[in-house]
Design a protein around this ligand. Structure first.
Ligand SMILES: Cc1cc2nc3c(=O)[nH]c(=O)nc-3n(C[C@H](O)[C@H](O)[C@H](O)COP(=O)(O)OP(=O)(O)OC[C@H]3O[C@@H](n4cnc5c(N)ncnc54)[C@H](O)[C@@H]3O)c2cc1C
Length: 603
C-alpha cells in the first residue's frame, strides 16, 4: 500500500514491510543522509532512532544554556573505560540519544578544519576526500547569515562569502552578543603576533571568529532535527521510528557474498525483536561508539572478540572499533580581578533573570551566545619553543606506543602512516595542535591531533549493554608533552598586556606547578574529552585497517555503509559537527550516484 504522510511512525502497522534504505541513528549524519536520499520521491527511507523527540526544553534550544542536555534523558550517559595513562580515571563521554543526536547536546561551535587536515585524508588513501572535494558539501550544509551590523562594526569580522553556503538547511551565524572580555582575547592574540583568519576558508589556524548553528532571527539552536528532519518531514517516502534501538543488522550469505537483508530492532532489552526488510542498503549513523558496537553484535568485526561475546562471525574484519581517538580537554583556570562584565549566569540569579527577560522579550543579550565567539587554533611552533625537541622525540620513538596492546596488524600498519602524518604536522604551520577556548580567564585547551588511539568493543552480544570504549587518552607520552606545552603557553598568553590588564591569577593548576613532572601530573590527573570521538570505523584501505572504503562501504558486506563520525580516518583540528555534516552530504551524493540518480549541487 502507498506510504502514508505520517512522518513519525507510532504504530507498527504503519511501517512498510521493506524500505530501500534504512538509516540507523537519527543524529547529525543520519538525518542528513536520510533527507538527501528522500529528495528522490521514488526512494523509500526509514530512520530508526533510539531516542525520542526533544520537547524544545530551554536547555536544548537557548544558546546561552548550550550543553545543558548533557546528563539528561537525551544523553546515553556513557563513560570511557578507566584509562591507565590518566590514573585509572573514568571520563564521561556524553552522546546524544534523541532525534538530532549529539547536535542537541553540543556547544554549538560551528567551524571547519584546515585544508591540510582534509587533504591528509586523501594522503591516507581515500581518493577524493580532500579540501576541494569537501568544500562544496560544507557549503551545501549551511545557510549562513552574516553577523549583526553592531557586531560586525564592533569586531570588524570579515567573511569571504565564496566559502559560505546560503541554500543549506543548517542555519549558521555569529552570536549577536559577545562577552566583553572577548575583546581582550582578540587584542592579546594580536599582541602575540598571532594572525586572525577566516576559518571557513581552509585556513583555520591562528585566531578566528566562530559561527554557531543557530537561527539568526530567533537565536535558537539549529540542530540536525530543525535542519534535516523538519525540511523532509512531510515527504511521504520518509519515515522515522523513534524510541527503538537497532539490535542487529540482518544478512544473508557467507564467505565473500554477504548481503544485508534487513535490520532487527526493539524498544528495550527484554522487548520482542521486530524486523524490517531492506531493498538496497543499511546506512549506519549511530555515532563513533555505537556504530562499531552494532557491527560487532551483528557478526562483523574481529573474530576473536566476537567469539568472546558469543557472536557468530559473519565477516572477520578486525579493524572494526579500532583507531578510536578524541580531542582532549584540559582546563587552566585564572581568576580575574576586573570591573568588566563577566559571565555570572550560573552564580548570580538576579543577573540570570535579567538576561532571561532580555532573551525572552528581545532576543538579545548573554543568552543569545553559546560562548566561544573567538577561538584560537595554534600550530605547535606558535605555542611552544619545544617543537623540534618534541619532533625528535616523536621520530625516535615507536609508533606502537600509541596503540592498545591487542591492536590487529593491519590497524597498526595503517597507524604507522598516520604517525608519519602527525610527525609532519608537528613542524607545519598549516595545521593546529592546540585549541584555546577562552571564557573570562578560563582557558580550555584542546589537543587537536592526539597520537594515542583506543578502541570500542561490544561488551556482550546485546546492543543494550554499553560498549567498552577505551579513549586511549595519553597512552603515548607525546600527548602529555603537547599538552604540557599548552599549559605553559596559557601562562604566556595571560601575560599579554590586554589579558594582564584583567589581573589574572592562576588557580588551576596553580603557579607552583612549574616543573615538567608537576605539569604532567596535572595533565594526567585532569584531562577529559572535548566530545569529539571519531575514527572507530576508519575510511581507508582494508590492509591498512580500513573498515569502509572511499565510498563508505563496509568491506566484505554488500548493501552496508557507514556515514558518521566513525569514518574519519584522522580528526581535523576543529570541532567535529560541521565536518560530520559535510561527510554525510557527500555520502548522500555517493549513494545517489551509485544508484544512478542525478546528483544535484547548489550553492
Ligand atoms: C556534549 C557535546 C558537545 C559537543 N560540542 C560540539 C560543538 O560545540 N561543536 C561541534 O562541532 N561538535 C560538537 N560535538 C560533537 C558533534 O555533535 C558530533 O561530532 C556529531 O553530532 C556526531 O555526529 P554523528 O552522526 O556521528 O553522531 P550523533 O549525532 O551522536 O548521532 C548518532 C545517533 O544514533 C543514535 N543511535 C545510536 N545507536 C543506535 C541504535 N543501535 N539504534 C538506533 N539509533 C542509535 C543515537 O541515539 C544518536 O541519535 C559535541 C558533542 C557532544 C556530545
Amino acid at each position: 500500500r502507498p506510504l502514508s504522510n505520517a512522518d513519525v511512525i507510532t504504530r507498527r502497522e504503519d511501517l512498510l514491510a521493506a524500505y530501500d534504505y534504512v538509516v540507523v541513528g537519527g543524529g547529525a549524519s543520519g538525518l542528513t543522509v536520510a533527507n538527501r536520499l528522500s529528495e528522490q520521491p521514488s526512494i523509500t527511507v526509514l530512520v530508526i532512532e533510539a531516542g525520542d523527540f526533544d520537547k524544545n526544553e530551554d536547555y536544548v534550544t537557548i544558546p546561552g544554556l548550550a550543553g545543558g542536555a548533557i546528563g539528561t534523558k537525551y544523553d546515553w550517559n556513557t563513560s570511557y573505560a578507566p584509562g591507565d595513562a590518566i590514573g585509572g580515571r573514568v571520563v564521561p563521554i556524553p552522546q546524544g540519544k534523541v532525534v538530532g543526536g549529539s547536535t542537541k547536546l553540543n556547544r554549538m561551535v560551528f567551524d571547519r578544519g584546515s585544508k591540510s587536515d582534509y587533504d591528509g585524508w586523501e594522503t591516507l588513501g581515500n581518493e577524493g576526500w580532500n579540501w576541494e572535494g569537501l568544500l562544496p558539501y560544507f557549503k551545501k550544509n549551511e545557510h549562513f547569515t552574516a553577523a549583526t551590523s553592531e557586531i560586525e562594526a564592533e569586531y570588524a569580522i570579515k567573511d569571504d562569502l565564496q566559502f559560505r553556503g546560503d541554500k543549506g538547511y543548517m542555519q549558521t551565524t555569529y552570536s549577536p552578543f559577545f562577552w566583553p572580555t572577548t575583546k581582550n582575547l582578540i587584542q592579546a592574540t594580536k599582541e602575540l603576533g598571532i594572525p586572525v583568519n577566516d576559518q571557513a576558508s581552509g585556513n583555520a589556524v591562528g585566531g578566528y571568529f566562530c559561527t554557531h548553528n543557530m537561527d539568526p532571527v530567533n537565536y535558537t539552536r539549529s540542530s540536525a532535527r530543525e535542519a534535516y528532519y523538519a525540511s523532509a518531514a512531510k515527504r511521504s517516502n520518509f519515515h522515522v521510528l523513534t524510541g527503538n534501538q537497532v539490535t542487529r543488522i540482518l544478512t544473508s550469505g557467507a564467505n565473500g557474498t554477504v548481503k544485508v537483508t534487513g535490520v532487527e530492532f526493539a524498544t528495550s532489552k527484554d522487548a520482542a525483536r521486530q524486523t524490517v526488510k531492506i531493498n538496497n542498503e543499511a546506512i549506519l549513523a549511530a555515532g563513533s561508539l555505537h556504530t562499531p558496537q552494532l557491527l560487532q553484535v551483528s557478526g562483523i568485526g574481529d573474530a576473536k572478540l566476537l567469539e568472546s561475546i558469543n557472536v557468530t562471525t559473519i565477516v572477520d574484519l578486525p579493524a572494526v572499533g579500532h583507531n578510536l581517538h578524541d580531542h582532549l580537554n584540559l582546563v587552566v583556570v585564572n581568576v580575574l580581578n576586573t570591573t568588566i562584565l563577566t559571565n555570572t549566569l550560573s552564580s548570580n540569579t538576579t543577573f540570570a533573570a535579567e538576561a532571561r527577560q532580555q532573551y525572552d522579550t528581545q532576543r538579545t543579550g548573554p543568552l543569545t551566545s553559546p560562548t566561544g565567539d573567538f577561538l584560537l587554533f595554534l600550530p605547535l611552533s606558535t605555542y611552544s619553543n619545544a617543537s623540534s625537541a618534541i619532533s625528535t622525540q616523536a621520530s625516535s620513538s615507536n609508533a606502537s606506543l600509541s596503540l592498545p596492546p591487542d591492536t590487529p596488524a593491519d590497524v597498526a600498519k595503517g597507524y604507522a602512516t598516520q604517525y608519519a602524518t602527525l610527525n609532519a604536522k608537528l613542524l607545519s604551520n598549516a595545521s593546529a595542535f592546540l585549541e584555546i577556548i577562552w571564557a573570562d580567564g578560563v582557558l580550555v585547551l584542546g589537543l587537536q591531533h592526539p597520537y594515542s588511539r583506543g578502541s570500542v568493543k561490544a561488551a556482550s552480544a546485546s546492543i543494550f549493554d554499553a560498549p567498552t570504549a577505551d579513549s586511549g587518552f595519553l597512552r603515548n607520552p607525546l600527548d602529555v608533552a603537547l599538552l604540557r606545552e599548552g599549559v605553559r603557553f596559557a601562562r604566556t598568553f595571560v601575560q599579554a598586556p590586554s589579558i594582564a590588564s584583567l589581573n589574572p591569577f592562576e588557580v588551576v593548576p596553580g603557579l607552583n606547578a612549574t616543573a615538567d613532572a608537576d605539569i604532567d601530573a596535572f595533565v594526567r590527573g585532569s584531562v577529559s574529552t572535548l566530545y569529539h570521538p571519531a575514527g572507530s570505523c576508519k575510511m581507508g584501505a582494508k590492509e591498512e585497517g580500513g573498515v569502509v572504503d572511499a565510498e563508505l562501504r563496509v568491506y566484505g558486506v554488500d548493501g552496508l555503509r557507514v556515514v558518521d563520525a566513525s569514518t574519519m580516518p584522522i580528526l581535523p583540528a576543529s570541532h567535529t559537527m560541521t565536518t560530520v555534516y559535510a561527510v554525510a552530504e557527500k555520502a548522500a551524493d555517493i549513494i545517489k550516484a551509485s544508484e544512478g540518480y542525478r546528483v544535484k549541487m547548489e550553492g
